[in-house]
Design a protein around this ligand. Structure first.
Ligand code: ZN
Length: 94
């Protein structure tokens, strides 16, 4: 399993969680807190759940397939701060 696939395993969970937070600016810690509140099984993987892997305006070596595409979940607006995009897409959707 490649790094991209690994980051991608969290994508749909984040989409489901962020549906109620569209347009909001959240910090990384807030994002993981609400995510784990909804999906407690992710707690042991918390350190691997990185909003920066799912950004329209940012990518990195381990980023999700959504990075810099229309499926990106967040817009990075500052250090550790992310704005939830208005239209959220699961990875396998069109
Ligand atoms: Zn993603």
């Amino acid at each position: 399993m490649g790094w991209r696939d690994f980051a991608g395993t969290f994508h749909d969970y984040i989409v489901e969680t962020m549906t109620n937070h569209k347009g909001e600016v959240l910090e990384k810690g807030e994002i993981t807190k609400v995510l784990i509140g909804k999906f407690p099984q992710l707690e042991s993987k918390e350190e691997w759940i990185l909003p920066s892997d799912h950004c329209i305006n940012h990518t990195n070596k381990g980023a999700c397939y959504c990075a810099e595409t229309k499926k990106a979940i967040f817009e990075r607006i500052g250090y550790g701060k992310y704005k939830v995009r208005q239209h959220l897409h699961k990875l396998d959707s069109n």
